[in-house]
Design a protein around this ligand. Sequence first.
Ligand SMILES: Cc1cc2nc3c(=O)[nH]c(=O)nc-3n(C[C@H](O)[C@H](O)[C@H](O)COP(=O)(O)O)c2cc1C
Ligand SMILES: [Mn+2]
Length: 476
Amino acid sequence: MEANQDLRSFIGVLESMGEIKKVAGADWNLEIGGLTELFSEKRGPALLFDQVKGYPAGYRILTNIFRTEKRLALTLGLDTNLRGIDLLNAWRFKLRSFEPVPVTPVEGGPLFENTMTEKEIDLTRFPAPLWHELDGGRYIGTGCCVVTKDPESGHINVGTYRCMVQGKDRITVKMDKGKHGRIAQDKYHQAGKACPVVISLGQDPWLFMASTSPLSLDASEYEFAGWLRGAPIQVVPGPLTGLPIPATAEIVLEGEIPPYGPDKLPKEGPFGEWPGYYTNTTVGEVAIMEVQRVYYRNNPILVGVPPLKPPNQYLPIPMAAATLWDQLEKAGIPEVKGVWGFVYGPVGPFSVIAIRQRYAGHAKQTALVACGAKAGVTGGKFVVVLDDDVDITDPQDVIWAMATRCNVREGVDIVKGVLTTPVEPAVHPSARGSRGNTMDRVLIDACRPYQWLDEFPPVNSFSKEYKQQLEKKWTL
Ligand SMILES: Cc1cc2nc3c(=O)[nH]c(=O)nc-3n(C[C@H](O)[C@H](O)[C@H](O)COP(=O)(O)O)c2cc1C
Ligand SMILES: [Mn+2]
């Protein structure tokens, strides 16, 4: 079976690889969230929940799709034996061959097997989970794709923005400021118009990858997804909005986001966020979609990608570190040997960069560029630069090198007032402004000092090769 057809053929391939488990009878109320967290912690199989308590058999939810390097590599079309930084680097090189693959318009598709209109619309017919104990509601959209059109340029955008059920035919769609969907929405609202929108709540993994990738404003996520999939994404014009709907999606909502003022917008959140906290509760800030049509396949599958407390997260490697790596090189930093991120990703508040030092100040320059580069800017807090003998994917090795090589007064700098994410936990709620927030950055040069590199004490550890030889000789 070819993996690259739709979500169901992808699930078929996961089954043949032993990479998915079926779970019958779990409760939407915390159990699905709990099992997702537990199996993600173990870097276990993807989970396909069926016979969800109180719901008809066949109404399913798929979680933990990308949690192992094997499943991520399968999605990215890379060698499924690659691990860690090798997988990251393979992805970095693959991205260089990116060529947009235009969509194929089609007449219909399996998505249109069922339709709900007007009074029939009832989003509670789908088993949206309560993912975490303190969540303010049921999030039907976490692994979703939100399709919007810029009213000026006509450009189509697809982005992943969380959606909470607010009523039978209403959901909030949390597009943060600056996100491409939000830019389009704001343009409609400034003209006093409703923003047409289509939301897929379950779709092939390539479209989700595209929808969550940091592409430029004028790039097309649909065309990126087609390239990744190795075949064009098939789309059907939305009957109400004309927006392109993925023909093989599982569940799609079509409707509009009216230009309501803050007093007409409901409470959204709290929601267990990716830094590992229930940070963000919003009242009167997150726009609401009025759902006018629901299309769904027989036995539809919701895709769930709930945020989890770090180091648990939905990806096995910090994929956007590939973008930061490229941006460092484009800024002229030589000899970058690896880029990684801990805590949450893709790069997040703890970025680690390995270099082979070539000149005085090389490490400091690397840290400064990383802190200012687009891919390193949002949500960052610590940037650590290390020599390339350190395994930057191993937090123990990183801490050992920081603890032993960093000459603190020379090596540590604070840069004040850099852009941060709205969910930064260490910004006081009263200071969390509608114009965004900043956070300071700690730059740590933990490389051996370049000026006396040759005099730095040698490391008292045997080489990998010697240890392998010993293992062969001494079968203890
Ligand atoms: C599981 C998941 C949930 C996300 N939820 C949100 C969200 O609620 N709001 C938001 O602005 N970005 C969210 N993001 C990040 C955006 O999807 C990401 O920035 C994407 O590039 C946005 O598309 P755009 O650049 O076309 O706006 C989420 C990402 C993931 C992986
Ligand atoms: Mn975009």
